[in-house]
Design a protein around this ligand. Sequence first.
Ligand code: XMP
Length: 525
Amino acid sequence: MDIIEHDRLLIIDFGSQVTQLIARRLREQNVYCEIHPYQNVTDDVLAQIAPKAVILSGGPDSVTREGSPRAPESLWTMGIPVLGICYGQQTMMQQLGGEVHGGKNTGGGGTAEFGRAYVTPTEDRIDLLAGWFLEKKEQVWMSHGDHVAKLAPGFEVYGTSPNAPYAITADLERNFYAVQFHPEVHHTPNGSTLYENFVRLAGFSGDWTMAGYKDDAIARIREQVGDKQVICGLSGGVDSSVTAALLHEAIGDQLTCVFVDHGLLRLDEGADVVAMFRDNMNLKVIHADEADLFLGELEGQSDPETKRKIIGKLFIDVFQKYANEIEGAEFLAQGTLYPDVIESVSFSGGPSVTIKSHHNVGGLPEKMGLKLVEPLRELFKDEVRVLGHELGLPASFIGRHPFPGPGLAIRCPGEITREKLDILREADAVYIDQIRKHGLYDEIWQAFVAILPVRTVGVMGDGRTYDFACALRAVTSVDGMTADYYPFTHEFLGETATRIINEVPGINRVTYDITSKPPGTIEWE
Ligand code: XMP
């Protein structure tokens, strides 16, 4: 069943690192798009998707290699606009009768070009380039080894760079466009304009708005669920909160949320989440207070992976126990996002090393015989936040820093005790209060305190203290995959350390963690 009725743009993914950015740029134009790996886009699938336009992404392969990826042949006769980017440009040229020569890495000598370059226009201006070349040349980002050596019949050149004489080409009759550079990346500052022009000339009306999405999603949920019961694990994070609020709007009382309180939450967090959803929004929320169970099982454990595994397993057991009490539950709602759904094209194969066992409830639906409802599957994180606003969730809640499933357990290296958790909660609350007071909360991606498994000697008043040391962490990041420490002023750090030591009994030393990721990770365990 397919309920997305918007015009759709198909991105055929040839494995570029930045394909998701193409989707971002299009969503900014209120255009609905889907990314599909090239292997899946057969002629039949293409006909089924029936896109209004297609973009061919970049990719790491060389079209000069036998057996390298291609666009489906039927694409060229569908009569729809096509934009090829980098590898996409090259396969387009080759498939339509042009020539591509290998670069250094593929034995052709060639004109490899990586990084910043400048494109200048030829004489004719085309609609795709409206708003371009106002300053004569445009900065673009190149990343190619191969290059187009001969254009396919019907194509003309509209922009060149020193190493890419065919930087921008088009067959205006067929509405085919091809660029050698990456307009989706930040380092092509005017790149968004190019996408804007492409979707305009392809006839998209820009009707993909969050208000519209909300109405569609509600209709879809109602159709999928009918009069059955749905359960939803509420963590208090943005994704599960927006999922719950959306389902509530769609099916009201047929939704029951389970909030598992493992005793590893921040100060007042459990009460705040339940108060908001149960008292203010009238959702049915089961507050599963299982702190004794979790903290009991964690007693004496200090190995990070053991702690994570205990929490992960108990979480599933507890969720299942409460869910089983909800009569007639047939569906499980999850806040899965688009980046989790996209099948990425893997050229290297090979499993990657497990750095940390992340919370994973992936197997739960089959185990419990439940069907999944995943109303955020088409959305990126920032779109989820916009949807949260549409649903009336408070901004302070939607903009909260991410909080990991295992909670404070991974901010308490070594053994976890209730005493340490209490100290940590107090210190964290003071730290976050400081960050908010200085207006820095939204600039920082994530900030927290970790309580260290070490006591140090201090002097307060005239007395000796022997208390815990803690570390402050604050990072900037886009997606949590890489991160840098936040450059607080010394003044801020000094003031915060003083407040924590004065206001939090049990801590007499404060340090600031200035490790980036990599080589560190964001959390301490
Ligand atoms: P690391 O420590 O791996 O963290 O650099 C990256 C981001 O992921 C969060 N994190 C988790 N989130 N379950 C979660 O839901 C987990 O098990 C988990 N471990 C880490 C972390 O807070 C950071 O935002």
